[in-house]
Design a protein around this ligand. Structure first.
Ligand SMILES: *[C@@H]1O[C@H](CO)[C@@H](O)[C@H](O)[C@H]1NC(C)=O
Ligand SMILES: *[C@@H]1O[C@H](CO)[C@@H](O)[C@H](O)[C@H]1NC(C)=O
Length: 599
């Protein structure tokens, strides 16, 4: 029933028909004669006036009556064949008019999508809920000193990237060169919506031009389905929704289509790697398994792509994975971190963890439930069960100061390993978001405790930067040892990759509670980044957070520094807590906001 093509234009037509009819009422004969005596130029002027009036009326209508207008246009659109000539002429003029309306670069593109996929006929029966217009928001730039400092950090990073790594994936800011991973200009695509939100219009415009002219997926090269989905597909879709600029939707659709072969497994659980050029997919080189979090962290993006393109296949393939994992046996809601794409079964004895390879499975349970307007119950139920299982099995406390952390369970005996990745710090924000949306209030308590611990992982280091992994002391202190530490770091885990997870959580805590402490903590961390990771041509990950004298810069600026870390900092310092409305937007796992739907 839904026809993505020319939806916007069709809206105007139906109004025009009515209006022109009204104009002709009275003595139709003489009016028509006069009409045909007018010169073509005069008639065009009248058309133009009528159309302009219609457009104005249309935009002044309240949005629900607009809904009914676009409802009735479905019919007028289909009737096009027998429409009289003048109707067609009006239509052509409207099209011209609409074409001129869009297309502004930078800050304020507000254009409705006219997306028409070229491949695969759309099957009416399979289309989900109707496509939604981009929200198309405008932003006005930083409004206080802290936000301004974050924008400066962004610009400093961008300048180095532009000069030494333009069009490549990541900047190497010390050697003044670049690193290539997928060859998709990751940093540009990942940073688009951050620039848009920061109001960096000219930087946004040059990035947009690169996307339009140079971003191509026609390259025979293996990419990781999950990484490309959350960074590139998510970045393009988010930028499309925020800016309303259709170029981002076109690119997203092309990419989504090329990722689809990953799902051609017996179980429907996708392979980890896809070749975008040859459109073939396979398991990772290291073995037959995919990571559990990877195959369950593509659903927000694939669903959104279906909703905006009118093609249901993306959402269906991705939702099938969630449904499959839903019916697998779990350990009180907790999942092993590996899953076999061929058999669709978990690797039984693999670790259970909220860190690497487990983390965003839990995140996307909640976020998918929110994205679909809280209408898919099993997602919420699996999330609640998982948090309950977490409280039962993973929540542990240090002996000295009772810092709460989430342990890992390893091996067939599910032995407790008192170790927590920095990645786990995302969970505070997710828990807070769930509690704010009506889930149990003890989730908020858990969030606060985790936030307190994560803050300590920064605060106890002389650099005020957290390591990649921390270990915790859960043994009772020996008699007389009043100074037992709560946490310690192994030499191999002492690096900091400019990761965002804790700042992401602070953003949610600030937005949802209004407690300024969270802003102040974020500011402390930001200053530590300024002090220990800023170099002449950008910001670099460092190898050692345990010494201010020997930080061992690693010469790498990952794209998530721009897409997540700096974006969440910028939003954390938003005093209005309204720049991004959490009732309308859901952030994907790479910090890209996507719209929330009714179902
Ligand atoms: C408009 O669309 C709604 C939802 O699809 C439908 O229930 C309703 O009957 C439609 N109204 C008209 C006038 O076609
Ligand atoms: C704000 O948050 C901090 C850290 O969680 C907490 O110690 C403090 O009591 C909170 N303040 C208020 C007013 O709730």
């Amino acid at each position: 029933m839904y026809a993505p093509k020319d939806l916007a234009n069709a809206d105007y037509i139906s109004l025009n028909i009515n209006d022109t009819a009204a104009f002709a009422r009275g003595s139709p004969q003489s009016l028509w004669r006069q009409w045909y005596q007018l010169s073509r130029f005069q008639r065009n002027i009248i058309y133009f006036v009528v159309i302009t009036v219609c457009l104005v009326v249309f935009y002044l209508l309240p949005s629900d009556s607009k809904g009914s207008v676009s409802n009735s246009t479905e019919t007028s659109h289909q009737k096009q064949h027998d429409a009289p000539k003048w109707e067609k002429l009006i239509e052509e003029l409207v099209v011209e008019n609409a074409d001129q309306g869009g297309g502004a670069g930078g800050g304020e593109v507000i254009e409705e999508p006219e997306f028409q996929p070229e491949v695969n006929q759309v099957d009416d029966d399979q289309i989900g809920p109707p496509q939604r217009k981009p929200i198309a928001v405008t932003f006005t730039g930083p409004s206080n000193q802290r936000q301004k400092a974050v924008v400066d950090a962004f610009l400093h990073s961008w300048k180095g990237y532009k000069r030494f790594a333009w069009g490549h994936d990541n900047l190497k800011p010390i050697s003044a060169s670049y690193q290539e991973w997928f060859g998709l200009g990751l940093t540009i695509v990942d940073a688009l919506d951050t620039m848009y939100i920061m109001g960096l219009n000219s930087e946004f415009a040059e990035a947009r031009a690169w996307v339009e002219e140079s971003l191509t997926f026609e390259v025979s090269r293996d990419v990781n389905l999950f990484e490309v989905t959350i960074r590139v597909l998510g970045g393009l879709l988010s930028t499309y929704h925020l800016s309303g600029d259709k170029i981002f939707l076109d690119k997203a659709f092309d990419l989504g289509d090329r990722l689809m072969p990953a799902f051609s497994t017996k179980s429907g659980v996708p392979y980890s790697d896809v070749n975008l050029g040859t459109r073939t997919a396979h398991s990772p080189k290291w073995g037959p398994d995919s990571s559990t979090s990877e195959v369950t962290t593509i659903q927000l993006e694939f669903r959104d792509l279906s909703r905006v393109s009118g093609q249901s296949k993306f959402e269906e393939a991705a939702a099938k994975v969630s449904e499959h994992v839903h019916q697998l046996k779990k350990f009180d809601g907790l999942v092993p971190i590996f899953i076999n794409a061929n058999t669709g079964a978990f690797r039984e004895l693999s670790t259970i963890s909220f860190g690497a390879r487990g983390d965003s499975y839990y995140e996307y349970l909640l976020k998918q439930w929110l994205q679909t307007g809280k209408t898919i119950d099993y997602l919420r139920d699996d999330y609640n069960t998982a948090i309950w299982g977490t409280q039962k099995h993973l929540v542990k406390y240090t002996a000295a100061n009772k810092y709460m952390f989430l342990a890992e369970l390893v091996g067939s005996n599910k032995d407790v390993k008192p170790k927590m990745d920095h990645l786990v710090c995302f969970l505070g924000g997710t828990l807070a978001l769930g509690a704010h949306n009506g889930l149990q209030s003890d989730h908020m308590k858990l969030a606060e405790e985790l936030v307190r611990t994560c803050y300590q992982t920064y605060a106890v280091q002389p650099t005020f930067l957290a390591p990649e992994i921390s270990y915790f002391n859960i043994q009772k202190p020996l008699e007389g040892d009043a100074n037992q530490l709560d946490m310690y770091v192994k030499a191999n885990d002492a690096h900091n990759l400019l990761r965002p997870e804790f700042l992401e959580t602070l953003f949610y805590m600030w937005y949802l509670t209004g407690n300024k402490t969270y802003q102040d903590w974020g500011w402390q961390i930001f200053q530590a980044f300024e002090k220990y990771t800023k170099v002449e041509h950008g910001y670099t990950s460092i190898g050692n957070v345990r010494s201010t004298q020997n930080t061992r810069p690693r010469d790498m600026m990952e794209s998530f520094w721009l897409s997540e870390t700096l974006k969440y900092l910028y939003l954390l310092f938003d005093d209005t807590r309204q720049l991004i409305d959490l009732k309308k937007w859901i952030f994907n796992s790479e910090g890209h906001p996507l719209p929330i739907y009714d179902s």
